[in-house]
Design a protein around this ligand. Structure first.
Ligand code: 5GP
Ligand code: ZN
Length: 111
């Protein structure tokens, strides 16, 4: 998808502060961090949101969670893994991404 921001980042056409990369997955720092650690984990292939995942994406999803867990594992005190689906949830980029956040106490439920 040429008009997708995160497809452009995955393709290297738009720069990002990459934290971790595998064949299928890219992790990079959020441009507007909401916590001391705030990393976005995305599939390199375009998927619009978690609502678009299909059974054949199971391996991809496992890779995303493995990368997220490697990043979260280095955060002392715990971490949060969040994905927003649709405008009411606050999704602003319509390419699947998981927020790995930590480094400060967080409240629940989120606003
Ligand atoms: P959402 O609101 O869709 O759940 O999360 C989108 C996230 O992408 C936001 O936290 C926002 O700060 C981040 N973001 C938006 N544009 C860019 C960008 O160009 N580069 C990076 N690294 N993050 C971005
Ligand atoms: Zn995309």
């Amino acid at each position: 998808m040429t008009d997708c921001l995160f497809c452009s980042i995955a393709a290297g056409a738009i720069p990002a502060d990459v934290v971790l990369e595998t064949e299928e997955v890219l992790a990079f720092n959020d441009i507007n961090p909401a916590a001391p650690t705030h990393v976005l984990v995305i599939p390199k292939r375009h998927v619009a949101s978690a609502a678009e995942l299909a059974p054949e994406d199971a391996t991809l999803l496992a890779s995303i969670f493995e990368v997220a867990s490697r990043i979260g594992g280095s955060i002392e005190g715990g971490w949060r893994l969040v994905t927003n689906v649709g405008p009411d949830a606050g999704q602003s980029v319509f390419h699947l991404h998981f927020h790995v956040m930590g480094g400060r106490p967080m409240s629940w439920p989120p606003g």
